[in-house]
Design a protein around this ligand. Structure first.
Ligand code: ATP
Length: 224
């Protein structure tokens, strides 16, 4: 990451990425601009806590993310959760990032989530700790409203207390605020891509060509 970017917040983007697609890539790219991020650290889950077993193994999902983000100077890949080969929980992941030899305690970290993921945060392991470790930025996603009426009371209360309208405020502290940002609305999901592949249908233009070819070469998702 260039030195002039060091004082800016770092985006943290975790997911199963089974497989990574243009919805993920535009979320990260647009978050970097909208929130003034130095860059985005992609963290594929080893064994995700919230989902049924991914259809493709962790090293293979990691490799797909590597191929997808290759050449983007604002993106970096964090393989630690995959290497750990155990269930990935976001709070321990952020605690790892807060260690002195990774990001330290003072760096502004912004956890990037889609609106569907945010609505489910109340079920995450030790979720109340999240906001002490990072800011949270919520991307609008087709079909998932970002309004307190659709959230659990505890999460709605956190949202109201921590919401900031000016995303530049994310740079002023290491953690503790919640922001939203608009992104190009792409109704793409990994589930839909897996379904298309299982039927032998095309997935071109839903994810990078390099992944379309990679998935085909490795016969990923041919059955689900
Ligand atoms: P699946 O369909 O298997 O549930 P997914 O496409 O939702 O997968 P994940 O790896 O679970 O992908 O998502 C990682 C993060 O990306 C989550 O925070 C999710 O909300 C967000 N995300 C995924 N797709 C989009 C999209 N099209 N627009 C906005 N955010 C998205």
């Amino acid at each position: 990451m260039p030195e002039k970017e060091i004082g800016k917040p770092l985006g943290i983007f975790g997911g199963t990425f089974d497989p990574v697609h243009f919805g993920h890539l535009r979320l990260a790219e647009e978050a970097a601009d909208a929130l003034g991020l130095a860059g985005v650290r992609w963290i594929p889950a080893g064994q995700p806590a919230q989902k049924k077993s991914p259809k493709v193994g962790a090293p293979q999902r990691l490799e797909m993310v590597r191929l997808a983000i290759d050449g983007n100077p604002r993106f970096e890949l964090d393989a630690a959760e995959v290497d750990a080969a155990q269930t990935s929980y976001t709070v321990p992941t952020l605690e790892r990032l807060r260690q002195a030899d990774v990001c330290g305690t003072q760096r502004s970290l912004v956890l990037l989530v889609g609106a569907d993921a945010f609505a489910g945060i109340g079920s995450w392991h030790r979720w109340e700790k999240l906001i002490e470790l990072a800011h949270i930025a919520i991307a609008y996603r087709p079909g998932y409203p970002v309004d307190t009426a659709s959230l659990s009371p505890a999460l709605a209360s956190l949202f109201r207390d921590r919401f900031c309208t000016d995303s530049l405020m994310l740079a002023e502290s290491p953690a503790g605020r919640i922001a939203t940002f608009a992104m190009t609305q792409l109704d793409i999901s990994a589930t839909r891509i897996r379904t298309l592949l299982s039927k032998g249908h095309s997935t071109r233009y839903l994810l990078p060509d390099v992944l379309v070819d990679h998935i085909q070469a490795h016969h990923f998702y041919s059955e689900i």
